[in-house]
Design a binder for this molecule. Structure first.
Ligand code: ADP
Ligand code: ASP
Ligand code: MG
Length: 407
């Protein structure tokens, strides 16, 4: 007997037929004698619709009310799947975030899970009951419902698997595994049998939405065995594993893109000690995360241009923070550009191989794609390019690093 967590994403529960299909998979696990906890997302498109409602209802909306609204999609699917399972003769019960409870911190809209109480769930496993959790939600210290950030049902699943000490955490989705890059954009993307936690963490944080970044962090920390697989086809997916489980390590194993950032340039900022602090301090105070940063020295050596990226959703707030000159920041002009994409190549093999960056730069140059900003870390190189080149850049880099599938 094994204890398994099965997570079904939005497209896997998009309508009642798909919910029945998910239920069949749950039934199979139950019939093979396993203890099963299920985590469901909202039906495809529902969360987007709810977010739109919130944004249209009021521009400076209260995040507690945002959570009340956007968490509702998962409530529906957890109830529906429980009904369908019961209809098939399976003892199933839905669980909302406050019922586990799944306790989070107070960061409404992007809360972190702090603790999950599973004693009751485990007792019910003993009675043969399946637990069907509404993903994406928990309860904050204020006793109000909280949500875990977009894509957060992955994190619910991994956190529940860790709390239950589950043998497996299977993430069922609309692709049959983790690919070298988004298979919906690059037809030659190749499915991987295994990927390391570290690489998946980097891919996710650079934009590969197949797993939420925090879910990978949590899996890595608690050693949860995560598999990403198709809810429509019966075949093995991709396992996320420790580095020592991978025999042959590619130099570059994956490429991610992120179109959710915007570029900001401050021209002719006075080049004195403390200038970076005077720009990024107020942004940080306004809870605006800054990602890539470049500082150029201008010809007169007295001023500098500073370019950086922020989330597109934060761009307007960032501009108003920077236009407030009361914090002593002086510059000539502020330019912003939301039409950019960050392309990142990732691979643990980069630690021991030179020339990876050069290959990236020349592959992009060959296609006439201008690089606007570059940033690197131990296992990743990211470049910022004009958004219109996203697909071309992904395809040419995929070929340049020898990642294209043969068929
Ligand atoms: P779910 O609703 O099941 O959570 P998501 O849409 O969040 O599904 O994630 C699955 C999607 O992730 C795929 O449809 C695919 O377009 C995208 N994706 C991005 N990068 C990758 C990658 N490297 N491998 C697989 N899928 C990827
Ligand atoms: N329904 C939520 C979203 O669309 C959570 C999830 O699907 O993981 O972001
Ligand atoms: Mg998802």
């Amino acid at each position: 007997m094994a204890r398994v967590v099965m997570k079904f994403g939005g497209t896997s529960v998009a309508d009642l037929d798909r919910i029945r299909n998910a239920a069949q998979r749950v039934k199979r696990e139950v019939e093979s004698g396993n203890e099963v906890a299920v985590v469901v997302s909202a039906m495809a498109g529902v969360t987007n619709q709810l977010v739109d409602y919130v944004q249209s209802a009021g521009s400076l909306y209260d995040l507690r009310e945002y959570d009340t609204v956007v968490s509702s999609g998962e409530q529906v699917t957890s109830g529906l799947l429980s009904i369908v399972l019961q209809d098939m003769g399976i003892n199933a019960r839905s669980w909302l975030g406050w019922q586990g409870p799944i306790i989070t911190n107070d960061a409404h809209g992007s809360a972190r899970i702090e603790r999950i109480e599973v004693d009751d769930i485990i007792r019910r496993f003993g009675e043969g009951q399946v637990a069907v959790f509404a993903g994406f939600q928990g309860v904050g210290p204020d006793g109000r419902i909280s949500t875990l950030g977009r894509g957060g049902s992955d994190t619910s699943a991994v956190a529940i698997a860790a709390a239950l000490k589950a043998d497996r955490c299977d993430i069922y989705t609309d692709v049959d595994g983790i690919y070298t890059t988004d298979p919906r954009i690059v037809a030659k993307a190749r499915k991987m049998d295994k990927i390391t936690y570290e690489e998946m963490l980097e891919l996710a944080s650079q934009g590969a939405k197949v797993l939420q970044t925090r879910s990978v962090e949590m899996a890595m920390k608690h050693g949860v065995r995560v598999q990403v697989l198709s809810s429509f086809e019966d075949k093995p997916g991709t396992l996320v594993v420790d580095e020592d489980e991978i025999v042959e390590q590619a130099i570059v194993s994956g490429i991610a893109y992120n179109r959710d950032e915007a570029k900001v340039t401050l021209r002719s900022v006075r080049d004195t000690p403390g200038v970076a602090a005077s720009i990024f301090g107020p942004l940080m105070a306004a809870a605006i995360n800054v990602d890539m940063i470049v500082q150029n020295i201008s010809a007169d050596k007295k001023t500098t241009d500073m370019t950086f990226t922020v989330a597109k959703a934060d761009l307007n707030r960032a501009i108003s923070v920077l236009e407030d000159k009361s914090n002593g920041l002086t510059y000539d002009s502020l330019d912003s550009d939301p039409s950019v994409a960050k392309i990142s190549v990732i691979g643990v093999g980069m630690r021991s191989h030179a020339g990876v960056a050069q290959k990236m730069f020349s592959a992009l140059a060959d296609k006439g794609i201008n690089i606007e900003v570059i940033s690197t870390s131990e296992i990743k190189i990211s470049v910022l390019v004009a958004e219109e080149y996203t697909e071309l850049a992904l395809r040419s880099l995929h070929t340049a690093y020898g990642l294209d599938s043969e068929d």
